[in-house]
Design a binder for this molecule. Sequence first.
Ligand code: 2P0
Length: 320
Amino acid sequence: MTAVAYPNIALIKYWGKRDEDQVIPWADSLSLTLDVFPTTTTLHVGQTGDVDRVTVDGVPASGTVSRRVVGFLELVRKRAGRTESAVVSTHNDGPMGAGLASSASAFAALALAAAEAYGLELDATDLSRLARRGSGSAARSVFGGFVLWHAGEDDPGSFAEQIGVEFDPAMVITLIDTAPKALSSRTAMRSTVETSPLYRAWIESSRADLTDMRTALERGDLDMVGEIAERNALGMHATMLAARPAVRYLAAPTLNVLDNVTALRDEGTSAYATMDAGPNVKVLCSPGDADRVAARMREAVPGCTTVVARRGTGAALLTE
Ligand code: 2P0
């Protein structure tokens, strides 16, 4: 069984869990699924008694990656009442662990391939609940376009759904550093929730941002969407910076990109920045401005490469 899924970039961020085991966040989040950097995952059911075999881009998985995938397969097998091992091979078109949502596309693709292979009959909402257990943001990559993840307070209440809006902006991904991050999102989130004195205020402001964002999306208002997304991302990073010790994903070139986004706005171009658990910046702009925004970043930021993304589709099975 082979499934493909795309990463998503949150415009209203998820940062912090109220239940780590069930992956229940403290607040709703809202994202755009992209049409670049897909993960393609093939899963074959093996024999009972064998160990799971997992390869990522042809290399046997080890450490945390292997533990997370095997733990997820155990969850699927338990639900399906099955005991056979799995042979999993996965390929990422984008950099992994660099704040480019590789775990979102990876666990959305794995959830779909595993559910099908082990005979779990899930609708898309249930699939988002399952993908969430692998990685929170994966719940959103089950769907294409704009997606809302309802935080909920328990497993049934915590699922994603697509928001039916026509809005179709571009996202210029500016790649500054694609090395895997030193601090995992999971660990950094926990530390932020436990030690940042700004955490409660961030959750309150993020909830208000979400309400405003839904209005902005319904209006298809790029400036309103961009302003809310940028302030939400900066608020999340401010909250991380206040953690003890500070969680800092933003690097010097990140600030250079941000300066250029501000300069573009001053020059009359609608461009807005959002950053995740890494130094790379995603710039929201209109499709007609995307190539020019990308060229500006490559010129202004030494070593920067760019990829222009648009709205993409949800997780899907490939016919074999
Ligand atoms: C997001 N991020 O909403 C936020 C913004 C990064 C910054 O979701 O622990 O890999 O597996 O649930 O989903 C990255 O965290 O974390 C993330 P886990 P995940 O996209």
